[in-house]
Design a protein around this ligand. Structure first.
Ligand code: F6P
Length: 363
């Protein structure tokens, strides 16, 4: 029987458990054996009990659980060849040659590198007498399939990453709570949201809560943004608004790439706009808690597709990433998606914000 392993990697995201459940059950449905790698790449390098067979009932109740029940880690040793060599050995010892990873772009790129190196890793395992040629013979190709699990919604070629809508909902709930106290005291609040280099969470939270001003990395404000922001806020107040909400993405910066911090914005709102201002940093609250319906659905449909992709793969097929494109589940070449994602960061670094915005729009 074919053995397929699933692993979650990088920052956890609500919906990852739904993906694990779907992969395990779909693998069993197709008469394969399902395995879970615990604690991300750490588990792959440690091997042994960290790679466990999963039965149908082992994933019962997973769908509505937040975080990742099989654990995750940001593993350093896998980024070095000796770590990957041990990982390859552990997989062969377990008879696994297909790995489905739910993680961010860094985790997925690491996986594709592993796949490209696989034949030379096997050769080295045989040459160093860690395994015999006979042990390796049935496992000549490694199948890698990616699912994007991240609250940031930062991967190109997919409309939504697993976890982003749960996180957005959590941010909106938090801002709704802040709203009531802000309105009571006629205060201003600066809310910092996650997203790394991507402004999706900040932008969509702003749209969904009617924020007064939003800072995102892809579209930095004009040179005299300090005056502009205060004018906008004052205009809203003049219309009778009793509260002010400014959302700052954690990756926000000005046109010269100088970070715009929530405290900078707070000081401006206090001193220039004369508002009693507080800062609220939502932190990891945004990443925790139960997945929303959309993330459960996305994780399940993508998990199903991932197993199909493993079973249909040939040695020539490039590693796919399972995407959501205009409401349809589709496969895209993993490396192309990662390369396009990198282009956004490069455009921002080159201060070519028009291109950065265009690339994000194209997603
Ligand atoms: O990628 C998800 C994310 O939550 C980012 O939004 C944030 O920048 C980062 O991970 C935080 O990482 P950590 O949990 O390791 O502090």
């Amino acid at each position: 029987k074919r053995r397929i392993a699933v692993m979650t990697s990088g920052g956890d995201a609500p919906g990852m458990n739904g993906a694990v459940r779907a992969i395990v059950r779909m693998a069993i449905h197709y008469d394969c054996e399902a395995y879970a790698v615990y604690e991300g790449y750490d588990g792959l390098v440690q091997g042994g009990d960290m790679i466990k067979e999963m039965k149908w009932e082992d994933v019962r109740g997973f769908l509505g659980e937040g975080g990742t029940l099989i654990g995750t880690a940001r593993c350093m040793s896998f980024y070095e060849r000796p770590g990957r060599l041990t990982a390859a050995k552990n997989m062969i010892l377990k008879g696994i040659d297909a790995l489905i990873i739910c993680g961010g772009d860094g985790s997925l790129t690491g996986a594709d590198k592993f796949r490209a190196e696989w034949p030379s890793l096997l050769e080295e395992l045989v040459n160093t007498n860690q395994l015999t040629a006979q042990d390796c013979q049935p496992f000549q190709h490694l199948n890698i399939v990616g699912l994007v699990g991240s609250i940031d919604n930062d991967l190109s070629m997919t409309d939504a990453t697993i976890g982003c809508y749960s996180s957005l909902a959590r941010i909106c709930e938090a801002i709704d709570s802040v709203d009531t106290t802000a309105t009571s005291h006629q205060r201003a609040f600066v809310i910092e949201v996650m997203g790394r280099h991507c402004g999706w969470l900040a932008l969509m939270a702003g749209v969904s809560t009617g924020a007064d001003y939003i800072f995102i990395p892809e579209n930095p404000p004009s040179e005299n943004w300090q005056d502009e922001m205060c004018e906008v806020v004052k205009r809203h107040r003049a219309k009778g608004k009793r509260k002010t909400i400014v959302i700052v993405a954690e990756g926000a910066h000005d046109q010269n790439l100088t970070k715009i911090s929530p405290t900078m914005v707070k000081d401006l709102l206090s001193q220039k706009a004369g508002l009693d201002t507080r800062v609220t940093t939502l932190g990891h609250v945004q990443r925790g808690g139960t997945p929303c319906a959309y993330d459960r659905m996305l994780a399940t449909l993508q998990g199903v597709e991932a197993v199909k992709a493993v079973l249909e793969a040939t040695p020539e097929t490039p590693s796919p990433v399972i995407c959501m494109v205009e409401n349809k589940i589709e496969r895209r070449p993993l490396l192309e998606a990662v390369a396009q994602t990198k282009k956004v960061a490069e455009a921002i670094e080159a201060k070519d914000f028009q291109t950065a915005m265009k690339l994000r729009d194209a997603e």
